[in-house]
Design a protein around this ligand. Sequence first.
Ligand SMILES: *[C@@H]1O[C@H](CO)[C@@H](O)[C@H](O)[C@H]1NC(C)=O
Ligand SMILES: *[C@@H]1O[C@H](CO)[C@@H](O)[C@H](O)[C@H]1NC(C)=O
Ligand SMILES: *[C@@H]1O[C@H](CO)[C@@H](O)[C@H](O)[C@H]1NC(C)=O
Length: 381
Amino acid sequence: MFLYPAFLVLASHASTVFSTSFPAGVLATGTQGVTNPPVPTMPTTIDQTSMARLLSVNSIDDFCIFAPPSLATIPDTETIEVAWCTLPRNNARVIPDGTLSGVSFLKTDFYVQIYGFGDFTKLNIAPNDGGGELDPHGATGAGNPIGGNVSTTIVDGIDEPIAEWMLYIDNNQFCLRACTNANSTYSAAFMCWHELDEMGCEFVMPGTYNYQGGIYETCDADVAYPPGWYPEVSGGTTTFSTFAQYATGVYTGNNGLPTSYTVGDTVTPTGPFSTPSSSNCVNQATVSNGIALASLTTGAKGTAPPLGFSSSTDISPPASSLPTSSAPVNITSSAPSSSATNSATGSTSRNLFGALFFLGSGGLSVGDVVITMSYRDVQVN
Ligand SMILES: *[C@@H]1O[C@H](CO)[C@@H](O)[C@H](O)[C@H]1NC(C)=O
Ligand SMILES: *[C@@H]1O[C@H](CO)[C@@H](O)[C@H](O)[C@H]1NC(C)=O
Ligand SMILES: *[C@@H]1O[C@H](CO)[C@@H](O)[C@H](O)[C@H]1NC(C)=O
């Protein structure tokens, strides 16, 4: 087709060339983190020692998550997590087949959301890790992990760098949202609001969580309310109330004296206002790259990109064309029953992330107090 050569030329400038069609605050305008390739790239040579931190979130078969570079908990390694991808891409580490036990990929008008289950000890997450929350802000403003970036082709088939995203992950569950749109009611920052990190996946990124495992689905979905927003309709007018995550603690200020603080609301909602409906779901048997497990062991490095993965810089790779069917080895991914034992309720999910510090590891500083978020009213129409 005629446009293809032009797209090739423009690929490395996609964000500047095509940004006009995105509302303010959606696309990242900065450069890639220093450990990342300049643009999302597929395929790349296997390097299970990589420190690259660029996530692509393109489809159920082509996505990445952050996990530690070596065995650790997420809270201990927030600043240095590395990218693990289902495909050999972005110079990142490759998720071995058999790691994932179920994945849901939701496309909405405001974000792409992917969540699932698996044995993430295979991605260096310590067994029993209660997990953590990662986002492009962090204590230093350089992101958790530092230089972590997220890109998606989901909007227009072109890799677009996404400014606002959040990932929750523990030893057997993850959820990731990349915010791809905004309007005057919902900014990308609100739709990817990352300061409710003790509330867990089902609160912050509502969806149908298939704890029993074995479900691999790609769906359209309605747009959720931004995390923590509760609509109230009165006289034809919609307003929203929100809450701020409650926390108390003690910090040592510049005067060297310990000072206690309280932020947030004492009453925690029991759940999100609603769980959006999914539609047009397409199910598949598993997510698999077919790469031999022996070439993905700890520290393994290839000498060239693995065969069978189509070369592209993600200009418009239809996910369905990716060569999962040409896999040299038929490795089936069984659904570990362990994900089912950890299952079910929102309160379990909440506990999964109970050990977090939403103020950042740098402690409290001026500007961190989020009381102003409480019961803020946003008027629509
Ligand atoms: C990469 O992440 C940094 C830190 O969050 C951000 O400033 C920058 O805009 C991101 N770049 C891209 C291309 O996404
Ligand atoms: C923004 O989008 C949401 C979700 O589609 C919608 O409910 C809301 O009315 C929109 N706001 C404006 C001002 O159009
Ligand atoms: C792979 O194995 C699964 C489960 O045994 C089987 O259903 C499927 O047909 C196999 N695929 C190929 C290509 O052999």
